[in-house]
Ligand binder design. Structure first.
Ligand code: SAH
Length: 350
């Protein structure tokens, strides 16, 4: 059994752990400062903590950085990391440079069980959930590279491999840890969680009144097509999904993002744009149109640029705000799960 990671602990959990060791709560803040501000990987270096405590912690918790198995850098500066976890599993993390800052795309599970037809992540079934600390460690590994250039992780998108709401508590803890003022202090409004639409968890998320952004992977304007593309829709059809989202908006007053990948000849017609507009009109929401990153294995193709722009116009004309996502890392294995899928295949000699 690998040691638990110290990165697993939220501030209240850290205080509790230290209280059990007879320590005052301010020690938790000191520990957070060492971990997340000075970013040390050795308890012995935490010079303002009692030596007996740091020795004890070193016996109990790991702060080992993630092992880098592969790192691809695209022409636009996008970096795709393939990390090894303590148990030997591999996961992907992506760093993207935007005008508004450095953005990291975090993985939440080893593999994914949602089975979306167009996605490379689902090529490898879920093996396990990641712990909060394994998500924090992804941010820390990227931040370590950025430290060399005096830059920092400004934004986090929980859009890597896995379904965050299928690993709900660990993802909530992860967000709380990176959001903590005593640590990395990444603003809640700079953290976006993307879900394929697990309705009970959307309702749970709404009830917590958190300030993180919520994005929904929609990808189809009707149940028949959505169930075909995204099996989760069979459990939680559009009417239930939209009702939960409307309740979220009423309770939280936050703007929602709908993600919509444009797949050639599948979901990119004029009628579908109108249907989509009808579904969303009146909500405090906008649609993020995503160019499809082709995955060799599944036969879908991206819509042409002309179609994408036209789809955008139809949405706007029908009173729905839309944005076009720019492509990042086109010359590397940037589609969700592509790098990992290739690595795992090679490892197994396929
Ligand atoms: N499970 C979550 C988060 C991970 S997927 C979710 O479904 O939202 C993050 C986003 O990437 C989703 O919108 C997903 O549909 C999209 N995506 C998956 N494969 C893609 C591909 N090949 N090209 C473009 N976007 C893709």
């Amino acid at each position: 059994m690998a040691m638990p990671m110290i990165y697993d602990l939220t501030m209240p959990q850290m205080e509790q752990m230290l209280a059990e060791r007879g320590q005052k709560s301010y020690r938790a803040r000191q520990l957070y400062a060492w971990l997340y501000r000075r970013r040390v990987h050795d308890f012995a270096k935490m010079s303002d903590l009692p030596q007996s405590l740091t020795a004890d912690l070193a016996q109990t918790y790991s702060i080992a950085p993630l092992k880098v198995l592969d790192k691809q850098v695209a022409h636009d500066g996008t970096v795709k990391y393939l990390f090894a976890l303590a148990d030997g599993s591999s996961i992907e993390t992506v760093l993207m440079h935007f005008s508004f800052g450095e953005s990291v795309c975090v993985t939440t599970q080893v593999g994914c069980n949602m089975g979306c037809a167009f996605c490379a992540s689902g090529l490898l079934k879920k093996q396990r959930d990641l712990s909060a600390g394994e998500m924090v460690a992804q941010i820390m590994a990227v931040q370590q590279d950025l430290d060399a250039e005096n830059r920092r992780v400004d934004n986090v998108v929980v859009m890597g491999t896995g379904e965050p709401f299928d690993n709900f508590e660990a993802v909530m803890d992860f967000c709380a840890i990176i959001n903590s003022d005593h640590g990395l202090a990444i603003g809640a409004r700079h953290i976006t969680i993307s879900t394929c639409g697990i309705v009970p968890k959307i309702r749970e998320f709404a009830s917590r009144h958190l300030q993180y952004n919520l994005a929904i992977s929609l990808h189809a304007p009707d149940d028949a097509l959505r169930s075909q593309l995204m099996p989760v829709n069979r459990a939680y059809p559009l009417a239930e999904l939209m009702a939960a989202l409307k309740d979220y908006s009423t309770q939280n007053h936050r703007r929602l993002t709908f993600e919509y990948i444009l797949l050639r000849g599948i979901n990119d017609s004029d009628e579908q744009a109108v249907q989509l507009a009808r579904l969303i009109r009146g909500m405090n929401a906008y649609v993020n149109l995503i160019p499809y990153n082709q995955v060799a294995e599944n036969g879908f193709a991206p819509s042409s640029e002309k179609t994408i722009l036209h789809f955008y116009d139809v949405l706007m004309k029908h009173g729905v705000k839309a944005t076009l996502r720019t492509k990042h890392g086109e010359d590397i294995d940037a589609a969700c799960g592509q790098l990992r899928a290739r690595y795992e295949r090679n490892k197994n000699g396929e």
